[in-house]
Write a protein that binds this ligand. Structure first.
Ligand code: T4K
Length: 378
């Protein structure tokens, strides 16, 4: 059996891609905000039901440009979660801002608003909530806190593409929402990122920040980076916009199958179900309680790997464990007890349309063996 990975890129047909790229090759305008790039921005704004959508070269450059656009004071503190991909924290640090890690809620695993409130100091300028695994943050409470303390609120929505909560579009929440459109995401442009906002006024600064701050041939108006998306990536995005809903529907069915097969094992806790959320179906995350299940998360991960099932321990290590942050003046490495407690239990199973019934049987048999206490044969 070929290895089964946690993610598999959704790709359009080569024929469709060739057709779309023919005009690009003809014109020789291959990047720097070309016609396909503009078409993709309009199509995304339309699809996500948001007035402003700006595309970027990656989710990371999108995060950096979002923060640059906010024009936060140098050295300002930005409160975020330790349970995320390194990109969230690094985007803050790379801009000379100070990441402050507040603890997570034990059920949603997203930023705990009470912990955020406790972490606020006179230097706090912004909060970045992460809709981790597609579980939506307590947006209302975070917004109230940010309003009360005059803080900017950004959501890292890398896992929450085309998601909704109580019929409100995720793309419209906070000051800005930032999406990754990496190959491993439900909707992808191979590499790519997206910033959306209900407030179109951010659009101009975002455009400047992704293009070196260049306002005209004669004026560089702000600090910026090269965060532009090429026409090739935009072409993949335009075609994938037609395909991703079908992929999402398949994953919804897969989630139900995993839930059914795994429910018989004590000590396995599935991702929190949020009844008012229209899920992105980005990840299938499971928590393994070693005492109740009889084996650790790492045992499960290793045993699956022996069967060519490549699950991932997202997001371990957590940000407060990173070697590169040891010498940074971050709040406290001991300040996130909930994140510390859950970090060794999290496992993401392969979650895409390439997962077959045979794969699910293999996965179930690994859980069965471990739960029954069978020792690993080496
Ligand atoms: N914020 C959050 C919360 C994020 O999760 C991310 C990214 C970002 C911000 C930053 O967005 P980007 O700048 O990346 O757009 C992967 C993705 O590369 C990363 O985008 C994603 N989060 C993260 C959770 O997962 P790795 O280091 O796990 O990638 P890798 O190469 O191990 O890929 C995972 C599996 O996917 C592989 O085992 C096989 C499969 N795969 C991967 C690639 C690249 C394929 O089948 N085809 C491929 O082309 O980070």
């Amino acid at each position: 059996m070929a290895p089964l990975y946690v993610a598999r890129p959704l790709l359009p047909s080569m024929a469709d891609l060739n057709d779309l790229l023919a005009g690009v090759w003809e014109s020789k305008m291959v990047t720097n905000e070309g016609p396909l790039h503009d078409r993709l921005e309009h199509a995304l704004a339309d699809k996500l039901g948001v007035p402003m959508a700006k595309v970027f070269s990656s989710g990371t450059s999108a995060l950096q440009c979002a923060l640059l656009s906010l024009e936060l004071p140098v050295g300002a503190e930005v409160i975020t979660t330790p349970l995320t991909f390194p990109a969230t924290a690094h985007a803050i640090t790379a801009l000379g801002l100070k990441p402050v890690f507040a603890d997570i809620d034990p059920e949603t695993l997203t930023l705990d608003p009470s912990a955020v409130e406790r972490a606020i100091t006179p230097h706090t300028a912004a909060v970045i909530g992460v809709h981790v695994y597609g579980t939506i943050c307590d947006v209302e409470r975070l917004q109230r806190i940010c309003d009360r303390h005059d803080l900017r609120l950004v959501f890292d929505a890398a896992h929450a593409f085309a998601s909704e909560k109580a019929r409100e579009k995720i793309a419209c929440m906070g000051d800005m929402s930032v999406f990754s459109m990496h190959a491993t995401k439900l909707f992808n442009t191979i590499e790519g990122g997206l910033v959306t906002s209900n407030n179109s006024a951010w659009g101009e600064r975002l455009s400047l920040s992704r293009n070196f701050g260049i306002a005209s041939e004669e004026s560089v108006q702000s600090v910026g980076i090269n965060g532009k998306m090429s026409e090739l990536h935009a072409a993949v995005g335009l075609l994938n916009l037609e395909l991703f809903e079908e992929e999402r529907a398949i994953r919804r069915g897969l989630r139900a199958r995993y839930d059914l097969v795994l429910q018989r094992f004590p000590g396995l806790k599935k991702q929190l179900y949020q009844p008012d959320v229209y899920q992105s179906e980005q990840y299938y995350m499971l928590r393994v309680d070693p005492d109740a299940f009889g084996s650790t998360r790492d045992d499960v991960c290793h045993r699956l790997k022996e069967r060519e099932i490549i699950a991932r321990r997202y997001f371990w290590p957590i940000c407060t464990d990173y070697d590169c942050y040891r010498n940074y003046p971050i709040t406290s490495l001991q300040a996130v007890p909930v994140a510390e407690q859950v970090k060794t239990t999290l496992l993401c199973l392969p979650f895409h349309s390439g997962v077959t019934n045979a794969h699910i049987e293999t996965i179930a048999s690994v859980f069965e063996d471990l739960h029954a206490g069978v020792t690993i044969a080496v």
